[in-house]
Design a protein around this ligand. Structure first.
Ligand code: ATP
Ligand code: MG
Length: 401
């Protein structure tokens, strides 16, 4: 029996077949179906050319027509449909010099990366598996279609994809495929950083992430990832500590911690991965929280400044590093819930109030005083009410005088 996302797409295959062409489900969806995993979206391969598909379906979008891929919109759902193709000449180790549209399914399956990804399924649920993909899946093995040396030589990204699938599916890499990874890892030099980052983040999120990170070291691939070249030891430590409790940002923070970089190196490292500016900012913030946490327990001020989510994130990384230490998660929540204000804008006094009370013009004193009031409110030294703050300030002033 074939499941829901496929059933919904069966009419699409029918329509293509009625037009006189072949059409099959292919790629990750078929693999995941055989594995009994949840299927996100189905990919379809066909003998029809993009122009021929456009005659069958009134609504399509061009997404990569030069590679033979178009989006077909059917009953409100977009389907990525790719014409059978073979690829020729990989002089740059990352993309074919030429894509040839063909009419043979087997040849199309042959150009795919791993046997488990080179299985097709027709609309009735019949499996077409010329390269032993099901056998690999049964053995939980990632193996290339054909000679791994050739396949990684054609497109070096496949090496990172192998580790990514190992992480996501908890498979192993077949021996020859692994030896080839070790032999050709330097070809990763030809791959754009952005594409490496996509795969690396998927590696960090997979269930088998610890093993996958270990494999990046063992295969030597880590040397061709941004900023990791001389960091075998910290990376090994990192992989040993990678727990599935951490989310993606927390995982990056753990990595930063293990690398023991200094201020400007941290920035350069994260920019090396071409991460978005906002994300870099957050990661740096989380790292400095972690460094603070190494020396101190949480208190009102630090929880307030961090904010609840960042404090909890930081604590998760801390606990990964020091599982034997006291777990302050509940403490953080308790402190946060009891804070009289959660953010600065909740403070019931403004710069204008202070200038009026003191009869002074704006200046650095204003910011300092606001910070002092904020701290007093957080610690409960004064209630967050304008009049109470005014009185508290004037008492403070007379104490000082
Ligand atoms: P996911 O579940 O992450 O979508 P997937 O296997 O579907 O995994 P995609 O990147 O969506 O991966 O690619 C779809 C299919 O295209 C793959 O299953 C594989 O058959 C083929 N493919 C993708 N990238 C490559 C590549 N670099 N070399 C060869 N074949 C590839
Ligand atoms: Mg896919």
């Amino acid at each position: 029996m074939i499941g829901n996302p496929f059933l919904k797409a069966v009419p699409v295959l029918y329509l293509i077949e009625n037009g006189g062409y072949e059409a099959y489900f292919v790629g990750g969806s078929v693999r995941d179906h055989i594995l009994g995993r949840e299927i996100a979206d189905v990919d379809i391969a066909t003998s029809a050319l993009p122009d021929e598909l456009k005659k069958i379906f009134p609504k399509t979008t061009d997404v990569g027509i030069e590679h033979g891929t178009i989006l077909v919109h059917y009953k409100g759902t977009p389907y990525e449909i790719t014409t059978f193709r073979s690829e020729a000449g990989y002089s740059d180790f990352r993309r074919p010099d030429k894509v040839l549209f063909i009419r043979s399914l087997t040849e199309d399956l042959q150009r795919r990366d791993f046997t488990m990804n080179a299985i097709a399924m027709d609309k009735d649920g019949n499996i077409i598996d010329p390269f032993g993909g099901r056998q690999s899946i049964n053995k939980k093995l990632i193996e290339t279609v054909g000679n791994p040396d050739e396949r990684f030589g054609e497109d070096a990204l496949r090496m990172l994809r192998a580790v990514r699938f190992l992480s996501q599916l908890s498979f192993s890499i077949e021996d020859n495929t692994f030896k080839s990874l070790q032999k050709h890892c330097n070809l990763l030099e030809n791959i754009a950083v952005e594409r490496k980052t996509v795969e690396f983040e998927k590696i960090l999120l997979g269930r088998n992430r610890a093993k996958a990170a270990e494999l990046l070291v063992k295969s030597g691939m880590y040397q061709y990832l941004p900023g990791l070249v001389h960091h075998e030891k910290p990376l090994t430590q990192f992989s040993a500590r990678l727990s599935s409790e951490l989310d993606l940002n927390e995982t990056w923070v753990l990595l930063l911690y293990e690398l023991q970089l200094n201020g400007s190196e941290i920035d350069a490292f994260l920019r090396g991965w071409k991460l978005p500016v906002q994300k870099i900012k957050l990661l740096k913030q989380l790292l400095s929280l972690l460094l603070f946490r190494l020396g101190e327990e949480w208190n009102e001020e630090s929880v307030y400044k961090a904010g609840l989510n960042n404090a909890l994130s930081c604590e998760r990384v801390y606990r990964t590093l020091f599982p034997e230490k006291f777990n302050s998660t509940d403490r953080i929540k308790q402190i946060f819930n009891s804070l009289p204000i959660k953010e600065r804008h909740e403070l019931n006094v403004t710069g204008n109030d202070l200038m009026a009370w003191h009869g002074k013009n704006p200046g650095p004193w204003l910011k300092e005083l606001l910070a002092e009031i904020e701290k007093a409110v957080i610690y409960g030294d004064v209630q967050n009410e304008k009049e109470k703050i005014r009185v508290w300030l004037s008492n403070l002033k007379s104490e000082k005088n």
